[in-house]
Design a protein around this ligand. Sequence first.
Ligand code: SF4
Length: 243
Amino acid sequence: MGQMENPVRYSVITEKNPREIVMLRGSGCRFLRCRFCDYHLDSSRDQAANDRINKEALSHVTGQYHSLEVINSGSFLELSEETMARIERVCLEKHITQLRFEIHWMYREHVKKWREHFAEKGITVKIKMGVETFDDAFRREVFDKGMEGVTPQDAAKVADEVCLLFGVTGQTVQSMRYDIETGLRYFERICINIMVENTSQIQPDPQVIKMFVDNFYEIYKDDPRVDILLENTDFGVGGKRDE
Ligand code: SF4
């Protein structure tokens, strides 16, 4: 996604698992190694500035679907205490009962306490984890995802949903089928991200993207358990704001 000037930070997803979504800013991804990613550039060590931005984004939340997705450049554990408290306040004020966060595997030990924390307030936390693929060698050697040896069953003990990344040289119809089917077997929902050009060292492979579109898009585009982001701004956040 890269560094953005004044990006759109609030949007509403009206189809498939309708929810509001905010893209907040945290202190920055602590992992930083994933070779396909430049999304972590949307971060700052200036927590006061982050909190101001996050307050503004959260001020748009209406609670219309009682469901809110919070994304940030990394994991939700990298959001400040103040921003976490504000998220909680907004959820309570707007009667939000389902709250979705993203995390990297390295934070797995922290998930339980946050689930319990929000559950006490009547809010169910859903955890989304970027596994990118279930092919362990590809995940290690191509993506450098930092999840060596993690099985779908391991990930399913922490996450409710997974993100997959397609459109990279080396992926095949067979590998994508395996990833989709494995994701749907072990998780409530999957989110398929198609690789887009960014400043990272991995570039999209048009042939692999075509393979995905030709073989899977029609089958899964209306599946309520599958989100497909052909562009990484398809959820309505992250693009440049029209001014
Ligand atoms: S994909 Fe997520 S965990 Fe990996 S470097 Fe990017 S922000 Fe960090």
